[in-house]
Ligand binder design. Structure first.
Ligand code: ADP
Length: 202
C-alpha cells in the first residue's frame, strides 16, 4: 500500500482534493477528524484533560470547550506539553489503526490528509507528498468568503503554519489551486492518475 501525504496551508483546498481521492476509492485518513474524535465525550483523553485542566474546559453538554482548553493549554510551554502528552498518543494510535485497517482491507493507496504534515516532519514517512498550493492572499479571500473566518484570524492562522516554500520543497506532486474549482478537479485527476501509473500493482 502506498502512503500519500496530502497537505497545504489552511484554505488551500485540501478537503476538496481529499474528496476526489475518496471518489476514486482511495482510503482517506483524516488527521483533523481523528484529533476531534479522540476528545469526544466518553473517550479517555477527555477525562484526562478534565483532570489536568479542570471542569471548566467542558461545555454544559459535557463536550470539550476548545476555546477554554486552548486558553489554558497554550498559556505556557508546560501546559502545552501536558496537553500534547494526553492527546498525541491517542491520535497516533488511532491514525496507525486506520492505516492498518486500510492495509487489511487490501487498499492500494491510503491518503493521509494532514494540514501539519510538513510542519511536524511526517512527510518523511510518506511514499508521495501532494501539496495543494494557492497564493496566500487568495486563501485569505476564500477563508473569509466561504468559511466565515475573520480576515485577521485567517492571516494569523496562515502565519502560524510553515511557510509555503518549505511545504512546497517537501512535495513530490504539487496541485496549483489558484484557478477555478473545475480546474482543481482536472489537475487533481491528473496527479492521481500519475501516482497510480507510477505505482504498478505487484
Ligand atoms: P482546506 O481544507 O485546505 O482548509 P478547503 O478545501 O476547505 O480548504 O477550501 C477552502 C474554501 O475554498 C472552501 O470553501 C472551498 O470550497 C473553497 N475553494 C477551494 N478551492 C477553490 C477554488 N479553486 N475556487 C473557489 N473556491 C475554492
Amino acid at each position: 500500500m502506498k502512503l500519500i501525504g496530502l497537505t497545504g496551508g489552511i484554505g488551500s483546498g485540501k478537503s476538496t482534493v481529499a474528496s476526489l481521492c475518496c471518489e476514486r476509492g482511495w482510503r482517506v485518513v483524516d488527521a483533523d477528524g481523528i484529533a476531534r474524535d479522540v476528545v469526544k465525550p466518553g473517550k479517555p483523553a477527555l477525562s484526562e484533560l478534565v483532570a489536568a485542566f479542570g471542569e471548566e474546559i467542558l461545555l454544559a453538554d459535557g463536550s470539550l470547550n476548545r476555546k477554554e482548553l486552548a486558553r489554558r493549554a497554550f498559556a505556557d510551554k508546560e501546559h502545552t506539553e501536558l496537553l500534547n502528552s494526553i492527546t498525541h498518543p491517542r491520535i497516533q494510535e488511532e491514525t496507525q489503526r486506520q492505516f492498518a485497517t486500510a492495509r487489511g482491507d487490501g487498499c492500494d493507496f491510503a491518503v493521509y490528509d494532514m494540514p501539519l504534515l510538513v510542519d511536524n516532519g511526517l512527510d518523511k514517512d510518506m511514499d508521495y507528498v501532494i501539496v495543494v498550493d494557492v497564493d496566500p492572499e487568495e486563501r485569505v479571500r476564500r477563508l473569509v468568503a466561504f468559511r466565515g473566518i475573520e480576515e485577521e484570524d485567517a492571516r494569523r492562522r496562515i502565519a502560524a503554519q510553515v511557510p509555503d516554500e518549505v511545504r512546497l520543497a517537501a512535495a513530490t506532486h504539487v496541485i496549483d489551486n489558484n484557478g477555478t474549482l473545475d480546474q482543481l478537479r482536472v489537475r487533481t485527476t491528473e496527479v492521481l492518475d500519475r501516482i497510480e501509473a507510477e505505482s504498478p500493482k505487484v
